[in-house]
Design a protein around this ligand. Structure first.
Ligand code: NDP
Length: 474
């Protein structure tokens, strides 16, 4: 029996009536993610203390701000050439916004549910072994489906066959409906997150559940670390298959929309679509590595993750392509090739850095890195259930240049993808600006997490590798 579960008859924590394991198995399968009656208890009622700033001010203001941003960005891109300032100055009255405001719709829900259902089917039914993720703070090992590459091939193959090859489906329509899709996802994220909070409190999928003294904090941060629904890891479905796979396909749809309008796909659009699709192919090649990343291994499944993946990815991550559909960048071939090669090099370095760390750990440090034996710190730590574990902290190769060197090529790629949008539309640079802030913040959060986890071993690593992201600068 998994350490995350407890025996039905064990007396250590008496079960209240209505315990998750008392409900019929189909309900358990849907909500807990397993038909077995060996399911975790509800969170034990111990609540993390949060003050008014973290518990109320931050989550409430961030939710209001983000919901508004997702409405305003499509208005700015479609009506004001990407200028947020003009959204403010060119509309004389509040009523003037009403005809511009993208609204959620049944069609938008159709896109969301159709896409999510399709990806869930692929994730469940395509062949692939189960992949057991790293041990969680509560000592649980989450299980994922290792069939990302197959899902990528089927999804992109269907796009190619049904779209450009046979013209059975006009995928360019996604561009016309895009503002509506964002508005629908924006609104849907709120009740879905509320559902996840309720599920975490009543039907948790593992013991990695945390509740605080503020329901707003719980809404924003989430309750469960690894929720499962209908036997599938929700984080894998949401982060990888719905969001990242969606990002790739949306770009191909944008390229198709440009073709429908102009009769050709510009070199700039073709380059960005090619690099982005390749980047996401790399993502699925490395999908199991992503399960050790901070999004999956550390962040709980609350509004931050749900809204971020359902709404912010199509809003901010697609803006440069959204704008470029109507503004083709007709670069000459030489420029296109040079920029493409720079983009591919950045992609390679980012992949190689991620892979280096994973490869060294998989081989217990007994491999060469850049022609020399890997240099590692053997870091010990204790999980919250008291069990002892150890990890390797690599300090040679990319991981000896700086502690988050892989963010440098990640940011370089963001610049390359946005170049075709030029400087006409400042909002096209939203992805780069956001990513820059996200990665600086993420490096700090990751440092905090690793410091708490590894203590003196992390301090030693910091001494050996003093730069955080850009060597000799930061
Ligand atoms: P990382 O891949 O940097 O993972 C961080 C974890 O790696 C740490 O928590 C720690 O986990 C482990 N680790 C840290 N230092 C070392 C070391 N020296 N040796 C071995 N392991 C170490 O996480 P990210 O999620 O930030 O990045 C993953 C990928 O996703 C990157 O390629 C990044 O560029 C990309 N990314 C893309 C974003 C986008 O929106 N486009 C956003 C964020 C990331 P442990 O507890 O296992 O020790």
């Amino acid at each position: 029996m998994s350490s995350a579960t407890q025996k039905k008859s064990s007396g250590s924590s008496p079960l209240s009536p209505g315990s998750p394991r008392d409900v019929a198995w189909p309900v358990r399968f849907a909500l807990v993610g397993t038909a077995s009656d060996e399911v975790p208890d509800r969170p034990n009622g111990k609540r993390e203390e949060v003050d008014w700033f973290r518990g109320y001010f931050c989550p409430i203001s961030l939710v209001i701000w983000t919901l508004m941003m997702a409405q305003v960005v499509p208005i700015a891109v479609t009506h004001f050439n990407g200028s947020l300032l003009r959204v403010w100055t060119d509309v004389p009255t509040w009523a003037g916004y009403i005809p511009l405001l993208p609204l959620p719709s049944l069609r938008g829900l159709g896109y969301l549910f159709g896409w999510s259902f399709f990806q869930a089917i692929l994730m469940h039914f395509l062949p692939g072994k189960d992949y057991v993720g790293p041990v969680t703070p509560a000592g649980h090992r989450p299980v994922y489906r290792n069939n990302g590459i197959l899902a990528w091939i089927v999804t992109h193959g269907l796009w190619l066959v049904l779209g450009p090859l046979t013209h059975t489906v006009n995928f360019g329509r996604v561009y016309d409906d895009f503002a509506e899709i964002i508005a629908t996802n924006n609104v849907f994220g709120v009740p879905f997150t509320i559902f996840l909070i309720w599920k975490g409190m009543n039907f948790p999928s593992s013991r990695d559940c945390y509740v605080s003294t503020s329901i707003f904090f719980d809404f924003f941060q989430g309750v469960e670390l690894h929720p499962r629904l209908f036997g599938l890891s929700l984080k894998q479905l949401l982060n990888c298959r719905i969001s990242m796979m969606g990002w790739s396909i949306v770009f191909l749809c944008f390229a198709e929309a440009q073709y429908d309008r102009f009769g050709y796909v510009s070199n700039g659009m073709a380059m960005t679509a090619f690099l982005l699709v390749t980047y996401l192919l790399k993502f699925f090649w490395w999908e199991t590595g992503y399960f050790t990343s901070i999004d999956v291994a550390h962040d709980r499944c609350g509004y931050y993750i749900v809204w971020g993946l359902l709404t912010w990815v199509p809003t901010a991550y697609c803006t440069f392509g959204y704008f470029s559909v109507e503004h083709p960048a007709n670069w000459n071939l030489a420029l296109t090739l040079v920029v493409t090669v720079v983009g591919l090099v950045a992609l390679w370095v980012n992949w190689d850095a991620d892979h280096q760390r994973q490869y060294v750990r998989e081989n217990k440090g007994k491999v060469n890195v850049w022609g020399q034996p890997a240099k590692c710190i053997e870091a010990r730590y204790t999980a919250s259930d008291g069990s002892e574990h150890k990890s390797l902290l690599l300090y040679s190769g990319y991981w000896g240049l700086s502690r988050h060197f892989h963010y440098v090529p990640e940011l370089t790629m963001a610049v390359i993808w946005t170049l075709p949008a030029g400087t006409q539309c400042i909002l096209a640079w939203l992805y780069f600006a956001f990513l820059f802030c996200l990665l600086v913040d993420r490096s700090n959060r990751d440092e905090g997490k690793c410091n708490a986890k590894y203590g003196k071993y992390w301090v030693e690593y910091r001494k050996l590798v003093p730069y955080k992201i850009l060597p000799y600068v930061y």
